[in-house]
Design a protein around this ligand. Sequence first.
Ligand SMILES: Cc1cc2nc3c(=O)[nH]c(=O)nc-3n(C[C@H](O)[C@H](O)[C@H](O)COP(=O)(O)OP(=O)(O)OC[C@H]3O[C@@H](n4cnc5c(N)ncnc54)[C@H](O)[C@@H]3O)c2cc1C
Length: 503
Amino acid sequence: MAWFRSLIHLSNLKSAAKSRNSIISPSFTALSHFNTGAGAAATGSPSPVPRSSEWSGLGPTKPEEKPRVVVLGSGWAGCRLMKGLDTSVYDVVCVSPRNHMVFTPLLASTCVGTLEFRSVAEPIGRIQPAISSAPGSYFFLANCTALDPVKHVVHCETVTDGESNIDQWKFEVSYDKLVIALGAEASTFGIHGVGENAIFLREVHHAVEIRRKLLLNLMLSDSPGISEYEKRRLLHCVVVGGGPTGVEFSGELSDFIMRDVRQTYGHVKDYIHVTLIEANEILSSFDVRLRRYATSQLTKSGVRLVRGVVRDVESQKIILNDGTEVPYGLLVWSTGVGPSSFVRSLEVPKSPGGRIGIDEWLRVPSVQDVFAIGDCSGFLESTGKPVLPALAQVAERQGKYLASLLNSIGKAGGGHANCTKDIEFGGPFVYKHLGSMATVGSYKALVDLRQGKEGKGLSLAGFISWFIWRSAYLTRVISWRNRFYVAINWLTTFVFGRDISRI
Ligand SMILES: Cc1cc2nc3c(=O)[nH]c(=O)nc-3n(C[C@H](O)[C@H](O)[C@H](O)COP(=O)(O)OP(=O)(O)OC[C@H]3O[C@@H](n4cnc5c(N)ncnc54)[C@H](O)[C@@H]3O)c2cc1C
């Protein structure tokens, strides 16, 4: 991908000298961008954003100032957009509960220590350096909680990670252009107990949790006094969902078991097992030949494939629709994604499936100056286009397209709020699928280059595909720094095995 290659030129992360807390500091009220409720009242200047005394934030931009693009979310779509925005035209403000982008295709590898966590996390300041240095550009560690499209304001609440000595606070950010790139949430289909007992695999902290739990179970099962049943339960790793993420994670686990557990946990090596539960066929979006290959490869590596539908999840066992009880020590849930509660709460027209409805230019047509990209958005039925799959390649291409669209709007003088009426938008967004890849463990992978489920194209499986998979992702990792980390992690794992310390 051209943009991945161009990202290697990113300059070093500059010091994030701007204090994020400054927005509530009265000493900053003199800055044109920052208004506190108190400050606005004191200066007598009208504050277009209504605030209670404890509310503050970034007020609207003035006509002589750069227009402001507010980006909600720091995933594939939001980061690609920020990378492409021309910061001589716009100020960029990103609101997200995490200050980095996750390189999700390699996340499963971090759960068992094939890769380290930091190798797949790219700080936003390295993706768009203006965010840490330009006077009107900021990153705010916060969740967006509400949207007021009439006033062009987003309401936010800081993220404090449950720290008891920090109170959360709310603030508002005015936008000229708003890009919603909030991603999606793991689907649980309303099955009881999933949220409480299963671990999802979407964020780096999920991978940390999985690795710690896996190592804890391994160590406890080797301790004196444990019953045979409990030992088997603790060492039973169950993965629900046979899509690419579930399959890749199962493959990584089986590699970990076959190489590292056998060497390091010799006493319990015969007790540890992986079960992959899928309601239909695994990897249903892949070519049928590749699906068969994946099934036989996983089975050879010791992964038990079970066709079933989960009815209930309890703390130590799951219950399938046919009444079968499956005790587990580690449960990873990976059954696809759906719209987040925030997206569901937005009062805008939705696409089939409940995502934010967009037109061919990625605009949310019912509201001015609002765009939506990535997993949270889908074409409206009226466009006649299908909702695109929840994939990084869709999200990053939409981010790239929208950056270029916004740059041309800004250069044509339409950057400020409510100014795009007479601007020519150019060609619509067109998506061409480049193919899919997935690893299945044991140095084997699948590469499906068909342009769609029914389309024609090359499909490969085996070691060569694994080599293509690794090379492709190594070149797509965002920065040189992380590319270096990934290469070194792979080499270290190959030579010395995975790191099994539970930190
Ligand atoms: C383990 C895994 C492996 C994957 N592998 C592949 C692959 O190999 N190939 C592929 O094409 N796709 C893959 N995907 C899918 C791909 O990662 C997603 O399609 C992609 O991340 C979507 O990008 P996005 O920007 O829309 O959402 P995300 O990347 O999910 O980003 C959403 C952002 O919004 C933020 N956010 C959420 N709520 C709020 C809020 N209220 N306020 C502010 N910010 C908020 C989040 O913190 C996050 O920063 C994988 C996904 C996973 C989980």
